[in-house]
Design a protein around this ligand. Sequence first.
Ligand code: 5GP
Length: 217
Amino acid sequence: KTTASFIQISDDDKGYPLDQFCIPKHYEEDLERVLIPEGLINDRTERLARDIVADFGNEPIVVLCVLKGGYKFFTDLVDKIKVLNRNSGHSVQLGIDFIRLKSYVNESSSGKIEVIGGDNLENLKGKNVLIVEDIIDTGRTMQQLLELMTSVQPKCVKVASLLLKRTPASVGYIPNYIGFEVPNLFLVGYALDYNEFFRDLSHICVINSTGKEKYSV
Ligand code: 5GP
């Protein structure tokens, strides 16, 4: 696969008003709008699972979840691959691994990534690795993670990111599998956080100034 395809959400996409969906009471004041409802994420993830299974053929893969933001996309993607595995003639054996990175304080990247948890990456030597991430913004985090990965010599590494941000700050990195290309906005929900808040919000939403103020550090 050379060029990744994705659903493009344009800059003037108004999304959906909050009162058209179910939003936890504790976040009602803190959001501007729903940008991607969980149902749509779910349907898109189903298709990405199909593409991944088709690409990897019969080779086992280790799915590497980038915590914490990637956990919802990771579990939903793995679940969809498992459905395909038990319902079709060929199946892809899955291994599961986790890594925890930290790079953001408030809204801006603090520069270098920090690996603050997870298994020993050495276990990935010789394996087909699928890294699962929530969002690529500048692409620096993923570039650094991929650099780190080369030192453990996996057989192959591919990246699935639910979101790819359209930003002039991009280093040009494009993942292999992309759910949605999104405007240059700060997004929360579906495990994406703002200083650890909003991970318990189902839909991907745009945070408003009240939310930023309330949960800033
Ligand atoms: P990058 O290194 O690509 O600039 O940043 C990637 C990381 O920044 C993501 O893994 C995510 O943790 C964080 N990030 C970037 N944009 C957003 C956003 O809009 N919302 C949230 N919650 N996190 C973001």
